[in-house]
Design a protein around this ligand. Sequence first.
Ligand SMILES: [Zn+2]
Length: 148
Amino acid sequence: MTHQEWIAQCIELALENAADGQAPFAALVVQDDNLVATGVNDVKATQDVAGHAEIRALQAAARCMGTRRLAGCVLYTSCEPCPMCLGAIYWSGITHVYYGLSVTEQAAFDDLPALQYAELCRAAHKRRVQLVQATPDNVDPRRPFQAH
Ligand SMILES: [Zn+2]
């Protein structure tokens, strides 16, 4: 199938998900032009903020393939991934992602992904979420790594 045909399949799944009362997002993991797994956004149903379609597709593909390493697979998604999903894509080893709607285009409906990408371009101290290192004086946070 062409990239556009896989994306069309994502959009159909996203439409079905929306008809089921969920957010309108869907994703597919494909290997060698074969469908490995699908995922749809289930944030509303599960109250899990990580329940994005891309995350669910990566989880299903990992279960199906018996490995979290999905290098060589391709991710298709109805919308350009948000920063959280992009991070998960990096962890998976997937290097090729195709999407239907860009984050910029999606902003007409939901501007949070675009705002998150803009936020990441700001200096850390100017971001809305403050990351503060708070290392205890007598506890080395490297210990869990050294014990691993
Ligand atoms: Zn996401």
